[in-house]
Design a protein around this ligand. Structure first.
Ligand SMILES: [Zn+2]
Length: 363
């Protein structure tokens, strides 16, 4: 597959189209899976982002330094020729996570953060944490060594309405957790409600929030537009229009507590168009084009670089990337699906003509 063609990477910013050049951006929340899927989807993330925080929800999950190191090596081996993409690894927290292992992995840079899934919250989350209070020794150690926890914030109580699960988690679990661990650095991932936006703001700078491209452009009605749209189903599920508008305001506000986290989460078509559709949207191909379109529509292009390339690095104590990436306001059509072995993964906004395209990357 020719990434240059897909992304128009040969285009020159000197063309007579409006363009925006920013430091190379990072993606603070990606699912790369493994095997053939990893090989198929990684080139798209690597073409857009210099670094990415890789989620550990493999089967079985990444819970040890040895697992994380081996997975990182498989990702490095799957990079396209010439790619300098750097995967940043995470540890999957379980009821059995040991504080010493967490600290060892952080000290050795085997991982830079740990991922907290409430047990059963989403894809491959059944090994997740059942009791946040019992996790205290692990979180205390992370607090002490300055290691961030990345939180999938949804209640797993089956009696809670699916559209209320984020709000209930924030009230019943997250706010008490932040109170118990007042020095803990935390990322609230894939924020979908105005209430969570306010919580992130109120706890910055030790708390940050990632926002996906899809939650900026779809609302819960989109999932049912003209019939059921399985490729727009993800967790947390998209919310009401008023929440979508709050998310757009938040990311374009210039506040340093919001950053990119695409939550690109590929599943093969058969797992989406199924009796029981898997949760996840494959946004890796159209992430930057979507984000920059939102900033353009909101009249906030001057704030895009901070959201895309600076805020996350600062939160994680990393230097911003040295190189640049140019985005061009020139329509480009997007491929509809990416082949994976004998199957395919449907691309978010695939088949559409998008107003922005990816231009030149300078390392
Ligand atoms: Zn995710």
């Amino acid at each position: 597959m020719n990434i240059g063609e897909l992304f128009d990477a040969t285009a020159d910013a000197a063309d007579a189209v409006p363009s925006l050049t920013i430091r190379r951006p990072d993606d603070w929340h990606i699912h790369l899976r493994d095997g053939g899927m990893l090989k198929a989807v990684l080139p798209f993330t690597a073409a857009q982002f210099a670094r990415g925080i890789v989620m550990p929800n493999l089967v079985p999950p990444v819970t040890s330094v040895a697992d994380a190191t081996a997975y990182r090596e498989r990702i490095m081996a799957a990079r396209p020729d010439g790619s300098d993409f750097q995967p940043l690894m995470t540890c999957y927290l379980t009821d059995h996570t040991r504080p010493d292992e967490i600290e060892r992995g952080f000290a050795e840079r085997a991982w830079i953060a740990a991922k907290l899934y409430p047990a059963g919250a989403t894809t491959n989350a059944h090994h997740g944490v059942t009791d946040l209070v019992a996790l205290a020794p692990v979180l205390e150690r992370m607090e002490k060594i300055g290691m961030p926890v990345l939180i999938h914030g949804e209640s797993t109580d089956p009696s809670v309405d699916i559209f209320d699960r984020e709000e209930v988690f924030m009230e019943k679990s997250l706010l008490p957790l932040l109170k118990r661990h007042q020095g803990l650095k935390a990322v609230i991932e894939h924020v979908t409600t105005s209430g969570t936006v306010d919580i992130v703001r109120a706890h910055a700078p030790r708390v940050a929030g990632t926002v996906t491209p899809h939650h900026l452009v779809i609302n819960r009605t989109s999932i049912f537009q003209g019939g059921l749209r399985p490729h727009l189903y993800c967790l947390p599920v998209a919310k009401r229009e008023s929440h979508r508008l709050a998310l757009r305001k938040a990311v374009t506000s210039g506040e340093s507590c919001f950053m990119i986290g695409t939550d690109t989460a590929p599943h093969v078509r058969g797992a989406k168009e199924a009796e029981c559709c898997s949760a996840g949207i494959f946004g890796g191909v159209t992430a930057l084009q979507t984000y920059v379109q939102v900033f353009d529509e909101e009249g906030a292009l001057d704030r895009f670089e901070a959201f895309a390339s600076l805020n996350g690095a600062r939160f994680h104590g990393l230097e911003p990337n040295k190189g640049t990436l140019t985005l061009l306001k020139r329509p480009s059509s997007v491929l509809s699906a990416v082949p994976v072995d004998e199957k395919e993964v449907v691309v978010f906004r695939g088949g559409e003509v998008l107003p922005w395209s990816i231009g030149r990357v300078k390392a």
